[in-house]
Design a protein around this ligand. Structure first.
Ligand code: NAP
Length: 283
């Protein structure tokens, strides 16, 4: 039976530490979140981020913009926030309405305020194994979970299922930079189970239920489930068939309570780190 990786507990510890550090600062870190339209899931995510930012002692502002906002108007807001010294982190909640192309806006956020780590300067630094101003929150949280449970990365075979810019690719780079041998699988990958069966670490980020079943997992492997799927019963589940895989794996993350809480904790950590960096630069 696998050790269940407790992302909630790990995240709470990190957030307590951030709260303590923030209480000693004269100026509070500032996080600005931009929400365009009224996608229900995005609205919940933004509300949770604002709540956590305020609990952590940050200044938090949420800009709720109408669905039909123009490209120029959204760019003007980003420009305004880029110039505002009280704003340390800018987060543009995705997805955007269809008439807006995310990269037109993500590329305009100041890389030193890019709290999600999506700007090409930050993803490029990750690719070059240099320190980005901020590392994408979910990938950073996954590595932190592995390290918290002393799961060795160096020299291990890691398989990442999914190649999105927000999870699959950045987490693959982080694992590679930590000297894992990394395979990235995607929807066109053939014989996926033959690949996953050789993995010491499996990270599944597809949003497809039962993507990883027990017959795909080597005994003792660490299985990290990034997927978030709302079942017909209204409950959240992940990519991994938790009940069967937990009997084979050495470590496993639950959904909910695994990667999700770490994503929010890393967002707060990134905001604090960017605040300290920006204050240093203003001196
Ligand atoms: P995405 O952009 O839709 O990417 C999904 C990836 O899965 C794609 O690369 C796709 O391959 C691959 N894929 C789909 N079907 C597959 C199959 N049958 N076999 C192998 N690969 C397959 O999704 P995302 O934004 O990365 O998010 C993935 C999941 O993580 C979602 O459920 C999302 O809600 C969740 N998520 C959770 C957190 C968190 O904090 N817990 C944060 C972010 C995302 P192709 O590239 O070939 O299409």
């Amino acid at each position: 039976m696998a050790t269940i990786i407790d992302g909630k507990k790990c995240a709470e510890k990190i957030l307590d530490d951030i709260k303590n550090r923030v209480s000693n600062l004269t100026q509070k870190p500032g996080l600005s979140v931009i929400l365009v339209g009224c996608d229900p899931a995005s609205s919940v995510y933004v509300k949770n981020k604002e709540k956590k930012a305020l609990e952590t002692g940050f200044n938090s502002s949420v800009y709720k913009l109408p669905e039909n906002i123009t490209k120029e108007e959204l760019l003007a807001l980003i420009e305004k926030l880029n110039k505002d010294d009280t704003v340390d982190g800018i987060l543009l909640q995705l997805p955007l309405p269809k008439h807006l192309n995310p990269s037109d806006f993500l590329d305009k956020i100041d890389p030193k305020k890019d709290v999600d780590g999506f700007h090409p300067v930050n993803s490029g630094k990750l690719l070059n194994n240099e320190k980005p101003y901020a590392i994408s929150c979910t990938p950073k949280g996954i590595i932190r979970l592995l390290e918290s449970y002393n799961i060795q990365i160096e020299g291990k075979n890691a398989v990442v299922i999914g190649r999105s810019n927000i999870v699959g690719k950045p987490v693959s780079m982080l694992l590679l930079n930590k000297n894992a041998t990394v395979t990235i699988a995607h929807s066109k990958t053939k014989n996926l189970s033959e690949i996953t069966k050789k993995a010491d670490i499996i990270i599944s980020a597809t949003g497809r239920a039962n993507m990883v079943t027990s017959d795909m997992v080597k005994e003792g492997a660490a299985v990290i489930d990034v997927g978030i799927i709302r079942g017909n019963d209204g409950k959240l589940k992940g990519d991994v068939d938790f009940n069967s895989v937990k009997d084979v794996a050495g470590f496993i993350t639950p959904v909910p309570g695994g990667v999700g809480p770490m994503t929010i904790a890393m967002l707060m950590e990134n905001t604090l780190e960017l605040h300290l960096l920006n204050k240093e630069n203003q001196r």
